[in-house]
Ligand binder design. Structure first.
Ligand code: PEP
Ligand code: MG
Length: 310
């Protein structure tokens, strides 16, 4: 089966009804970038930068960030790459921080932001660079990051890269129209969004990817897609695991999502599925799903209506 999925690597990224889609990889190392490009991903829609620092005893310095990013960005030369700022939140908190940590704690340490942003901007010259802020809960949180990005761009004599927000909290969805006014792009983090909407801890074994099929989650996703389109932002990417799950992928397509960033090991399968899905059929499925009572009922509906043979 793996060989059959891999055989489509060179084929166009279009759905069954010829709608183009973006297929990116979530990565955190140069090895993963290589694997992702070999699997036919266009680039990375999410570089997780915190994983290398889970044992850190202080904020990473500019040199620490450079050490991690240099090989990764070199491997991705010429490709679009969205680098996310340190996401020390929820399940990812190093020993030097005390929970709940998260974006407010990063922003309270401007030198930590500057150190990372300088490394990214300087080393990102040879990629199609974008910088993404995790766990945004208010539009105000973008200004200090944008200021740091612009200062770094001036200091290295390069154009300032686009700055965007991950939409993965209920608060961000509530203010999505205002948020869209202060960002260059948005990306949906379905993992955290689903956990918050359904009030589950990320490490709870019940917090499974397919719960993103819950009508309450789907309706928030639909709202974000509409707001991004209305604001004239570039097509948004879903970078949570819902972007590669057989139940949720058709629903995302139905919500109007045209770009996903998925785990490296899921690229071939996700391409296979996307090439066999029909966006009109998915649109009807999504509308129907919004009226159902829970993720289980939606999963049954998807099973009944969508058949992708592998
Ligand atoms: C998400 O929350 O969906 C996401 C992509 O970010 P992470 O899994 O790194 O929290
Ligand atoms: Mg997240």
């Amino acid at each position: 089966r793996r060989g059959r999925l891999a055989a489509e690597r060179g084929l166009p990224h279009v759905t069954a009804d010829d709608q183009p889609f973006g297929l990116y990889a979530n990565v955190s190392s140069d090895v993963e970038v290589r694997l992702a490009l070999d699997s036919g991903a266009i680039g990375s829609g999410l570089v997780r930068t915190e994983l290398q620092f889970m044992e850190a005893d202080r904020w990473p310095s500019e040199a620490d960030h450079r050490r991690v990013l240099a090989p990764l960005l070199a491997e991705a030369a010429g490709r679009p790459v969205t680098v996310r700022l340190l996401d020390f939140a929820n399940d990812k908190i190093p020993p030097f921080l005390t929970p709940p940590a998260g974006l407010p704690v990063l922003l309270a340490n401007p030198s930590a932001v500057t150190a990372q942003v300088r490394a990214i901007v300087d080393l990102g010259r040879d990629v199609g660079l974008r910088i993404m802020v995790p766990m945004v809960s208010s539009p105000d949180q973008l200004a200090p990051v944008r200021a740091a990005v612009e200062a770094a761009a001036v200091s290295f004599g390069v154009p300032a890269p686009p700055v965007g927000a991950m939409v993965e909290t209920i608060a961000a969805v509530r203010e999505i129209e205002a948020l869209c006014q202060v960002v260059d792009f948005v990306s949906i983090g379905s993992n955290d969004l689903t956990s918050e909407v359904l009030d589950l801890n990320r490490v709870d074994p019940r917090a499974r990817t397919e719960l993103a099929a819950h009508p309450r989650v789907l309706s928030l996703i639909g709202r974000v897609v509409e707001a991004a389109v209305a604001a004239g932002l570039p097509p948004l990417t879903v970078c949570g695991d819902a972007g590669s799950h057989p139940t949720t992928l058709p629903l995302l397509l139905g919500a109007g999502v045209r770009s996903v960033s998925v785990a490296v090991a899921r690229i071939d399968e996700t391409r296979w599925r996307l090439r066999r899905l029909d966006t009109e059929q998915c649109r009807a499925l999504f509308t129907h799903a919004l009226r159902l009572g829970g993720a289980g009922e939606v999963a049954e509906l998807v099973d009944e209506r969508i058949e992708v043979t592998m």
